[in-house]
Design a binder for this molecule. Structure first.
Ligand SMILES: *[C@@H]1O[C@H](CO)[C@@H](O)[C@H](O)[C@H]1NC(C)=O
Ligand SMILES: *[C@@H]1O[C@H](CO)[C@@H](O)[C@H](O)[C@H]1NC(C)=O
Ligand SMILES: *[C@@H]1O[C@H](CO)[C@@H](O)[C@H](O)[C@H]1NC(C)=O
Ligand SMILES: *[C@@H]1O[C@H](CO)[C@@H](O)[C@H](O)[C@H]1NC(C)=O
Ligand SMILES: *[C@@H]1O[C@H](CO)[C@@H](O)[C@H](O)[C@H]1NC(C)=O
Ligand SMILES: *[C@@H]1O[C@H](CO)[C@@H](O)[C@H](O)[C@H]1NC(C)=O
Ligand SMILES: *[C@@H]1O[C@H](CO)[C@@H](O)[C@H](O)[C@H]1NC(C)=O
Ligand SMILES: *[C@@H]1O[C@H](CO)[C@@H](O)[C@H](O)[C@H]1NC(C)=O
Length: 316
């Protein structure tokens, strides 16, 4: 062999060795277990994990599927719809309109203010305006860890202010699509004028037949609502858990028998979208001096257990 032939042969040997090694690897990865692990590694590269603030859940792997830190100058309208000139129920004392939602210092701010306005669609007069934002058709999820870090203006007896972070079913009318109230705050729901945090979930067999179980269970611990706290709901097929600052305070299991509402708890099985709003409850005339009031949302995030995420990805 001359030098040229030697080079050619060496080159061929190297190429064949590489091919053989590749063959071994490919062959090995057709082993189902190996293949599964390989696919998971591939998928892992396309998702972001996150550590939940609830310590007792930190021993699982969570995938972050949604987060808004409100760190830009403007509300991201690819995520949020802003309701305009809207009223929600016949009895809320607030009309959703005006300059009452904005982003400031890394917070979503929703303002509720004394602002007398005749609402010409219903001929009704409103004394207060506020805003409502939701993620309908923009962000929705089924099952996961939803958390909001939020603080409020001071709340006092009979101000009737009613801030909320909640979700509703897409694809299905209320309440059959389900409603998960991760957080509502009110001073006038049997709390002796103290502001308290409430959690609820609603369901129902048909349109407007509202079912809920231990409806509006309140958090009995003391909370200073003018400081930030973390409010979390963790929803899966069989259970919803509510946490405040990492402490579990309420669990509702699917299928729980309830006497008062003719049936059993049915947890939502539809996609849910988020709503932030800050209405005024009915029953009295608030004192305009107690207003304006604000809610400040530092962030909202949704995590899913890795397996839930992978299962849902596979279905898509
Ligand atoms: C995580 O830890 C909690 C106790 O803090 C335990 O109940 C739960 O089973 C653990 N979960 C996993 C997936 O290890
Ligand atoms: C708005 O949200 C969308 C969807 O999450 C994201 O892709 C986009 O980068 C966001 N825009 C800004 C300006 O943050
Ligand atoms: C109702 O009021 C709004 C806001 O002032 C105005 O834009 C609208 O034209 C009014 N509609 C009617 C029917 O008067
Ligand atoms: C609006 O406020 C005024 C002044 O406080 C009060 O007299 C009136 O009853 C209020 N109207 C409504 C609809 O609450
Ligand atoms: C739902 O969550 C609870 C609490 O973490 C857990 O015990 C249960 O196994 C979960 N159910 C499903 C179907 O994952
Ligand atoms: C709230 O969550 C943040 C992380 O998002 C964490 O740094 C903080 O310690 C949590 N606060 C409490 C009281 O759990
Ligand atoms: C939840 O409970 C309802 C009502 O009992 C039942 O029909 C449904 O099968 C349950 N879902 C799961 C995932 O167990
Ligand atoms: C429960 O049953 C009673 C008596 O049949 C009926 O009047 C009521 O409307 C039912 N409630 C719901 C929530 O279905």
């Amino acid at each position: 062999m001359n030098k040229k032939q030697l080079k050619t042969v060496s080159f061929a040997v190297i190429v064949l060795t590489i091919c053989y090694l590749c063959f071994l690897i490919v062959n090995k990865s057709t082993d189902p277990q190996e293949m599964k692990r390989y696919l998971q590694v591939q998928q892992q590269q396309s998702y972001q994990t996150a550590i939940p603030s609830v310590k007792s859940l930190q021993n699982q792997t969570w995938v972050q599927i949604f987060r808004d830190d409100f760190n830009r100058k403007k509300l991201n309208t690819s995520i949020w719809n802003v309701a305009n000139y809207m009223y929600h129920t016949d009895w809320e004392q607030t009309l959703y309109q005006g300059y009452n939602v904005y982003v400031q210092n890394g917070n979503l701010v929703i303002k509720t203010k004394f602002d007398q306005i005749p609402y010409n669609d219903t001929g009704r007069d409103y004394n207060y305006t506020t805003r409502w934002i939701d993620s309908q058709d923009k962000f929705f999820y089924k099952y996961g860890y939803a958390e909001v870090r939020i603080k409020f203006s001071k709340m006092v007896q009979n101000d009737l202010i009613w801030p909320a972070f909640w979700s509703l079913g897409t694809q299905m009318y209320w309440p059959t699509g389900g409603e998960i109230d991760t957080l509502e705050v009110n001073c006038n729901w049997g709390t002796n004028g103290q502001a308290k945090a409430f959690r609820t979930n609603h369901w129902g067999p048909k349109h407007d037949v509202d079912m809920c179980y231990a409806c509006g269970t309140k958090f009995n611990g003391k909370l200073d609502f003018t400081q930030y706290h973390n409010y979390t709901s963790v929803w899966n097929e069989t259970q919803i858990d509510w946490y405040i600052d990492g402490n579990l305070y309420r669990t509702v299991a699917n299928g729980t028998k309830i006497d008062s509402a003719n049936g059993t708890v049915e947890l939502p099985k539809w996609n849910h979208y988020f709503i932030f709003n800050q209405a005024i409850w009915e029953g009295a005339t608030p004192n305009p001096q107690d207003y304006p009031k604000y809610m400040y949302v530092d962030y909202v995030t949704v995590l899913q257990p890795l397996q839930t995420y992978l299962n849902q990805q596979q279905k898509h």
